[in-house]
Design a protein. Structure first.
Length: 222
């Protein structure tokens, strides 16, 4: 069985790179919409427990709709600290997948593909890279304490090195729908062009984000 850990950054500081095109309330709403889509996808997968690591009640209220477990951080100490808190809470006998909250296009078969990449091989690490082949948008560990995750700008390299140092198999698993996370205005505009119908698309429509918004602010992110 595979558990899932989803660290969620403080909503008050969410998606700072989008501050030129979205208000703080809109950025928080976007994170919650993307998290809803991810939880909806995970709800259709054969998984163990799902753990949300966060400090915002709005995140836990959303998680309660899906029956997930809470790990409450009274003081946020960064993404990797949240990951570590999640890994300490999962079933030590299970494999685990660590996912960011901002994967609005991920589908059940994408999650299954990541898990299957490590299935039957012990120990093993499987990594879904971001679209720039630098970050990690999904990390499978055959055991929660297998390596110490090191998320950040070069996390794909970091996780491959961590596995190599322990002589553990590391599989890079490119998955197009999971490669697209939302960090920059360019990312957001690309997702807004998707034909997918979900909470994220509905939220973007509700704030009238689209071509006009992109055109009026493009000079700020060029």
């Amino acid at each position: 069985m595979t558990d899932v850990v989803i660290p969620v950054k403080d909503l008050s500081r969410a998606k700072g790179r989008l501050q030129n095109i979205l208000t703080p309330a809109e950025r928080a709403g976007l994170v919650l919409a993307m998290l809803r889509d991810l939880l909806t996808t995970l709800n259709q997968c054969a998984l163990g427990d799902i753990w949300l690591v966060a400090r915002d009640e709005a995140v836990f209220d959303l998680g309660a709709e899906f029956g997930v477990h809470d790990i409450r951080e009274h003081v946020s100490k960064g993404y990797n600290h949240g990951v570590s808190a999640g890994l300490r809470s999962v079933n030590a006998q299970n494999s685990v997948v660590i996912l960011p909250a901002d994967l609005p296009l991920a589908q059940p078969h994408d999650i299954a593909q990541l898990i299957q990449a490590g299935a039957g091989i012990n120990p093993t690490v499987a990594i879904v890279p971001d679209r720039h082949n630098r970050g990690t948008n999904g990390l499978f560990l055959s055991a929660p304490d297998l390596i110490t995750p090191d998320f950040g700008e070069s996390s794909l390299f970091n996780h491959k090195v961590a596995a190599a140092q322990l002589r553990i198999s590391a599989h890079v698993v490119p998955i197009e729908a999971m490669a697209m996370d939302i960090d920059s205005p360019e990312d957001l505009f690309a997702v807004a062009q998707s034909t997918t119908s979900n909470a994220t698309m509905n939220f973007l429509a509700s704030i009238a984000f689209g071509q006009a918004a992109w055109t009026s602010h493009k000079w700020e992110v060029a």
